[in-house]
Structure formats: C-alpha cells, structure tokens
Design a protein around this ligand. Structure first.
Ligand SMILES: Nc1ncnc2c1ncn2[C@@H]1O[C@H](COP(=O)(O)OP(=O)(O)OP(=O)(O)O)[C@@H](O)[C@H]1O
Ligand SMILES: [Mg+2]
Length: 132
C-alpha cells in the first residue's frame, strides 16, 4: 500500500479521528491495535507539547502498511522542548507515552527541530508486545 497522509486540527477530538484513520487503513492487520495506541500517544503529544495545539494548529499522520509491517508518523509544528522518553515517575504522574511507544514498536525515532518534528514508529507483526 502506498503511504497515506492526513491533516488533523490540533485539538482533542482529532485524537479519536486519528485513531479511526489508522484503524480504517489497517483493517485486518494484526498491527492495527498497536498502531492505534501509538498514534493516539503521538497525536496527543503533538497537541499538548507543540505548536500544533495552538489555535489554527495542525498535525499530519502518515501510515505506510505492508502485510507484516507498518510505519507510522506524526508530524507536528514544533516546540522549543525536545521529546524525551522518560521512565514513569514513581508517583504516577505523566511521562509514559513515549516509553509505551518505544516498548510497542520495533523501532522509533524523532526527526526535526523546534520548527517541526516527526515522531515515527515502525511495527513488525510477531514482534509486538502483547497488551490486549
Ligand atoms: N512531539 C513533541 N515535541 C516536543 N516535545 C515533546 C513531544 N512529544 C513529547 N515531548 C516531550 O517529551 C515528554 C515526554 O512525552 P511523553 O508522551 O512520554 O509524556 P507526557 O506526554 O508528558 O505524559 P503522558 O504521555 O504519559 O500523558 C513530554 O512531557 C514533552 O516534554
Ligand atoms: Mg504523551
């Protein structure tokens, strides 16, 4: 399948829309549920931590699927802060999203700078962590 991309408004309802975009594209894929969870974390981060969450902001989701592999990315509008993959705080406050992405994906990464970043993850069927 060629890559598919879609713009979303940088507001909370778009997280659900981004999840539906991914699950619709990946209908029948063993990676659909994992991809849905990852896009949910990355879209939420784009809204909460970058200029995509400002009035008129947007983010882009790109999905490229093969029978046993999925590559997905969320492109945001940037922020002075850099994404950091924290260990969960003992008191249970935030900071789990990227840790989850790193554990559920075969590989993941960040590209870009304060003007816009791409956070991507690749998934391989059979290597996904069982979380359902
Ligand atoms: N796209 C991004 N651009 C810039 N900084 C980011 C981005 N995504 C995450 N960050 C930074 O990395 C930190 C860790 O992100 P992570 O998703 O792990 O935790 P969180 O969003 O703070 O909390 P949680 O996801 O558990 O609700 C964030 O607090 C934020 O400072
Ligand atoms: Mg997060």
């Amino acid at each position: 399948m060629p890559p598919f991309s879609r713009y979303f408004l940088g507001s909370a309802p778009s997280v659900t829309e981004a999840r539906r975009f991914v699950t619709t594209l990946l209908l029948g894929s063993p990676l659909a549920k994992t991809a849905e969870l990852i896009v949910s974390e990355l879209a939420t981060n784009a809204i909460h931590h970058t200029a995509s969450g400002r009035f008129g902001g947007r983010f882009v989701v790109t999905v490229q699927a093969q029978p046993k592999r999925v590559w997905l990315a969320v492109v945001d509008e940037g922020s002075p802060s850099t994404p950091k993959c924290f260990r969960p705080y003992p008191e249970g406050e935030g900071g789990r999203g990227l840790l989850l992405v790193s554990e559920l994906s075969a590989d993941w990464g960040i590209w870009g700078d304060e003007n816009g970043r791409t956070v991507w993850a690749s998934l391989i069927a059979g290597q996904e962590t069982s979380w359902t």
